[in-house]
Design a protein around this ligand. Sequence first.
Ligand SMILES: NC(=O)c1ccc[n+]([C@@H]2O[C@H](COP(=O)([O-])OP(=O)(O)OC[C@H]3O[C@@H](n4cnc5c(N)ncnc54)[C@H](O)[C@@H]3O)[C@@H](O)[C@H]2O)c1
Ligand SMILES: N[C@@H](CCO)C(=O)O
Ligand code: NA
Length: 448
Amino acid sequence: MKPIQVGLLGIGVVGSGTFNVLQRNQEEIKRRAGRGIDITMVADLNVARAQALVGPGVTVVSDARAVIANPDIDIVIELIGGYGIAKTLVLEAIAAGKHVVTANKALLAVHGTEIFAAASAKGVMVAFEAAVAGGIPIIKALREGLTANRIQWIAGIINGTTNFILSEMRDKGLDFAVVLKEAQRLGYAEADPTFDIEGVDAAHKVTLMSAIAFGVPVQFDKAYIEGITKLGAADIKYAEQLGYRIKLLGITKRRQGDATKRQTDGIELRVHPCLIPAKRLIANVEGAMNAVVVQGDAVGTTLYYGKGAGSEPTASAVIADLVDITRLHTADAAHRVPHLAFQPNAMSKLPMLPMSEVVTSYYLRLRVADETGVLAKVTGILAEAGISIDAMLQREADEVGGEGSTQTDLIILTHDCMEARMNAAIALMQALPSVLEPITRIRKEELA
Ligand SMILES: NC(=O)c1ccc[n+]([C@@H]2O[C@H](COP(=O)([O-])OP(=O)(O)OC[C@H]3O[C@@H](n4cnc5c(N)ncnc54)[C@H](O)[C@@H]3O)[C@@H](O)[C@H]2O)c1
Ligand SMILES: N[C@@H](CCO)C(=O)O
Ligand code: NA
């Protein structure tokens, strides 16, 4: 059988890795796929660079539409990124009857519903393993390996750039901006790195996992998003002293309603810095590594760990999708694995819960005047709000502000309470004259 022909749109960090790995492992990949897989055409704005990367045997063009228009191409790989031209090209490729492989989580998290519907109508596949946790086969695990389970929750370190920044800041005391530059140099960061540091990239990825886990449409607009830019070095240190690590987590959780607590059924979808007990495996995931914990009712807790960014790790996932599609290319469209694991006509209507209804425990840090009565006022507000305290740490004023200091830090770990209740208590504490700076609040997850 002749090789399946593939067109590549965008040959940057991930595109070049895909081309190289496919060449290097072509014999082995052919044995697995049952047929050769050849990238025969590449489109990139920088034609000279692209031609130098792929050599004379491959046609290189600047206009991506020329690839889509080529009737010999069966699969189009989109590795340009962003919501702009990439969306148009993906929809045009689908309309032309091509299968699509993409690493573009931003595009699918925002426009997935439209793209998957177009692909289903046309009977082609849109595969996106590389879009979530790069080289880790988490989409396959969720969609196929764990298909027997009722998924209860997923929590993951799914942005390599921010995990790299947090690790380097903690271990080497390096400056935020310096580490971000290094992450950009290594090819981890998004074209717009605010997507990484503000939690948007992680939210794109957890949105896709949420849809696959719970059989709901992709709803990026419902995600609560908080990045790492407001995180202080002091909080990283205090968390350690209390036996926790701070990680930027993407979390999605199924919540069973409880009428007595006025809680409805729904799904949590959120990204924010989080305290995790230091003894958990995921708390020890360092550098640009990613890890995803999935809790299913039958299997229990499972953990997936590996490189979530970078040229060849991401290429590994792109090529896995190419192999899947090659195998299924001739199969009956109705029997293919659905894009979001559930059949399009069997999607759930469970609502995404607002952040105010989420129940978690909290770490609070209050910079206070070192005077009698402050502690009583703070704990009084929490007690009044029905929020119980799990642990407390009060620093000596000298330790916090140097000799003769009149300020100190009060660190409080709470038990579970609803976000709205905590917001109200924080507002009351913030209004106390002895609370001198904005209160730091970090949510806490036991992940067990
Ligand atoms: N870099 C990573 O580690 C990583 C990991 C997972 C997913 N992703 C995703 O993969 C995609 C690609 O990321 P990247 O890091 O390879 O980006 P990149 O910037 O290195 O590569 C993009 C390439 O697309 C080309 N391009 C831009 N506009 C084009 C157009 N209109 N027509 C043809 N080519 C065009 C650029 O010249 C460039 O070579 C993005 O969606 C990104 O979010 C990246
Ligand atoms: N910018 C992303 C790339 C992988 O999706 C990250 O840092 O994880
Ligand atoms: Na993946």
